[in-house]
Design a protein around this ligand. Structure first.
Ligand SMILES: [Zn+2]
Length: 253
């Protein structure tokens, strides 16, 4: 009987060929995936709606602190979570609160499906983080605008809150996290406001009371990479547009 004899050179060649083939295939799949992600990011445009907060729940941004010192801080994005549902949160902010201790608001809220709900104009001061300080590239930033309450970041903050999942409607330390659409809308909104990554923080990050831990279960790495991509896209979009005065001098609007 003729014994099967392994042809070693042929076998090695076949293995090399298969290894190379799968490498090329993996690279191809990766390229297609990253192209899909890129075009998804480039074409992403969240739904935006307005649900104005009651005027008792926000104020004007002050040009001077209570000591008369001019305030010229650039915007800082402060990320929160609602803990309760988006509907209940909006209801609280649309309710008149004459008692200062009950007055609260964010500038915007992002629902589970990624809808951006605007509550307070960027021009105004939302009451999102009392007794707080921002430690950034320019050092310590906090502004006192009230003779009773401690200084806070509210005068230069842009407060954005993520709707908490149902399993986080308690005081626990974790929950199942935020949706893909919430991360995309959050990054899109911060890029749209042209707030640099170095001026993005969380309520927990600025809180001095030691009581705030939001946003819980937040994927910082995923968000940072999305913000970088949306900011680059936003810069490219801005750079490709002619300056406003040139546009006015050109074709009639
Ligand atoms: Zn908060």
């Amino acid at each position: 009987m003729r014994r099967f004899k392994l042809n070693l050179p042929f076998f090695r060649g076949l293995m090399l060929f298969l290894a190379a083939f799968f490498c090329v295939l993996a690279l191809q799949v990766n390229a297609v995936n990253s192209q899909t992600v890129h075009s998804e990011i480039a074409s992403y445009r969240p739904i935006e709606v307005w649900r104005a907060a009651h005027p008792t729940n926000f104020g004007k941004r002050f040009s001077k602190d209570i000591y008369g010192k001019p305030t010229n801080n650039a915007l800082v994005a402060v990320i929160h979570e609602t803990v309760i549902s988006a509907t209940d949160t909006i209801r609280v902010f649309q309710t008149r609160h004459d008692n200062e201790a009950d007055q609260a608001s964010y500038h915007a809220l992002i629902t589970r499906n990624g809808t951006i709900v605007h509550l307070v104009s960027e021009r105004n001061r939302a009451f999102g983080a009392g007794n707080s300080v921002f430690r950034g590239p320019n050092g310590i930033e906090t502004v006192r605008t009230h003779r009773i309450y401690p200084s806070s970041v509210n005068n230069f903050a842009y407060h954005i809150s993520l709707e908490t999942p149902a399993d986080g409607n308690d005081n626990g330390n974790f929950h199942s996290g935020y949706t893909k659409f919430q991360y995309q809308s959050l990054a899109w909104l911060i890029a749209d406001k042209q707030i640099p990554a170095s001026r993005v923080t969380t309520h927990k990050g600025v809180d001095r009371s030691g009581t705030r831990k939001d946003p819980r279960s937040f994927n910082d790495r995923h968000f940072s990479s999305l913000l970088q991509r949306y900011s680059q896209l936003n810069q490219a979009k801005t750079a490709s547009q002619p300056p406003i005065n040139l546009r006015k001098l050109g074709q009639p609007q």
